[in-house]
Design a protein around this ligand. Structure first.
Ligand SMILES: *Cc1c(COP(=O)(O)O)cnc(C)c1O
Length: 468
């Protein structure tokens, strides 16, 4: 089969996730055939540096034989069995133990799911169930954040705060509210009258104050939990100002509201700690996980449940009517276990914290001098560039879709860098080398140059049209 054969069949039969089906059909998909280390190789033989680790998940990179072997061995032994009805199997038990050893000390239980979305569905049921058992059944509201991503099931998208998602296929799950996100560049520095001229730290405290105002508006006796990612990933690699998390923690403690830290992206080394919550000292009650748990080699997720909630569910809950056919799937669990063992043996997390994170930060900051870039930020191995119009120093008109242009030019130059509006984001595999970081930054710069050139062409064309 040739590229064009795959594209024809893809167009005929395949509805892609988060895709304008018709537009993609006209354009044709890029066919990815192989992966090696931090590179993917397409059906035309192009070797592309995967600056997104697939979808924030291929943390150990492509082609790890150890993970292939772990899957093969487990499939021979017991490809599938469930964890319902008083049964389990060695891979699920071992993985549960490993996860709870790596998690903060107050977290000693895990509930397995097949994905991050299912993990957040589980979270919603658990927090409401917890308060019902505590004799406060009216504590049902969950507060999330605008522009947050918590998955694509109905509960996931309701907890998330992405307006375009909310507009499709509603109504959403009731009793979920959203407060502003701590995105200083977009809503502080360039906010619509929100916090103009403020410094990031004041802005961070203001976001925490917005959470408190929402709690008071709903009634503290009605609010079950607050859900947020330590660093917002899909929303645009939003690293909150230093003032944000301590202020949020204080608000939640004041009103006795559970904290859910969505670790689906930040977990497993992305921020240079095993969990993003550890980096920020969050001590959350629940931590949904997925993605990097298996380095994306097989689908698996879960919820790490802190003692406060777990003890109540165990001691007072009776049967919890919840679970998935693939909760703790043995082959997926065996691969996740091997993935975590390799990460420990190779010191991957420490390397991100002490070496790769600081190295990326230094190289990435150099891009802040590019005329198209208004801000360059990174933490561990997650980073973002905020694009601005060099002519005005303001943000571009959204309709120009400059971010998408830059992303397409990036792909053409051999780098996957994603765009969220006019925010360019990266989240490379955690095994990337210094030389590969250099290549990533050089290719990102080349794509920025190409974007600038393309914009200049368009402006010249427009001027010529006007004068003609
Ligand atoms: C990807 C993601 C999810 C959803 O995970 P799926 O495995 O795609 O269902 C949830 N939360 C966050 C923060 C994510 O990035």
């Amino acid at each position: 089969m040739q590229t064009s054969d795959y594209q024809r069949l893809d167009r005929a039969h395949h509805l892609h996730p988060f895709t304008d089906f018709k537009a993609l059909g006209e354009e044709g998909s890029r066919i990815i055939e192989r992966g090696e280390g931090v590179y993917i190789i397409d059906s035309e033989g192009n070797r592309i540096l995967d600056g997104m680790a697939g979808l924030w998940c291929v943390n150990l990179g492509y082609g790890r034989e150890e993970l292939v072997e772990a899957a093969t061995a487990q499939m021979r032994q017991l490809p599938y069995y469930n964890n319902f009805f008083k049964t389990t199997h060695p891979p699920a038990v071992k993985l549960a133990e490993t996860l709870c050893r790596l998690a903060p000390p107050h977290i000693n239980r895990v509930f397995f799911t097949g994905s991050g979305s299912e993990a957040n569905d589980t979270v919603l049921r658990m927090v409401r169930r917890y308060w019902a058992l505590k004799g406060q059944p009216e504590k049902q509201w969950v507060i999330g954040r605008e522009n947050a991503y918590h998955g694509s099931t109905v509960a996931g998208l309701s907890l998330g705060g992405m307006a375009p998602m909310h507009e499709q296929g509603g109504p959403l799950v009731p009793k979920i509210a959203h407060v502003r996100q701590p995105w200083w560049f977009g809503e502080g520095r360039f906010g619509e009258g929100r916090s103009e001229g403020q410094d990031p730290e004041t802005f961070g405290r203001e976001c925490a104050a917005a959470l408190e105002a929402k709690i008071l508006e709903l009634g503290e006796e009605n609010v079950a939990a607050f859900i947020a990612e330590p660093v917002q990933g899909a929303g645009g690699a939003i690293i909150p100002p230093a003032s944000y998390w301590p202020a949020v923690k204080a608000v939640l403690a004041k009103y006795d509201i559970l904290l859910v830290a969505d670790e689906v992206i930040c977990g497993f080394g992305r921020l240079g700690e095993w969990f993003g919550s550890v980096h920020y000292g969050l001590e959350p009650d629940l931590m949904p996980i997925a993605k990097g748990l298996s380095s994306g080699y097989l689908p698996i997720g879960g919820v790490l449940v802190g003692d406060r909630v777990a003890d109540t569910l165990i001691e007072e809950g009776g049967e919890f009517f919840h679970g998935f056919t693939y909760s703790g799937h043995p082959t997926c669990a065996a691969v996740a276990q091997r993935n975590l063992e390799l990460m420990e043996a190779e010191g991957v997390v420490e390397r991100v914290r002490d070496d790769l994170g600081p190295y990326l930060a230094q190289r990435w900051q150099a891009l802040a001098k590019h005329p198209l870039v208004g801000e360059a930020r990174s933490l561990g191995l997650i980073g973002a560039l905020e694009l601005i119009d060099p002519a005005t120093g303001e943000r571009f008109d959204k309709a120009l879709a400059v971010g998408n242009l830059c992303r397409d030019l990036c792909f053409a130059s051999g780098l996957v860098m994603r765009s969220v509006g006019d925010t360019m984001i990266i989240s490379p595999p955690l095994v990337i080398s210094h030389a590969e970081i250099d290549e990533l930054v050089d290719k990102a710069r080349a794509a920025l140059d190409a974007t600038l050139a393309r914009l200049a062409d368009t402006t010249t064309d427009q001027q010529e049209e006007t004068s003609a």
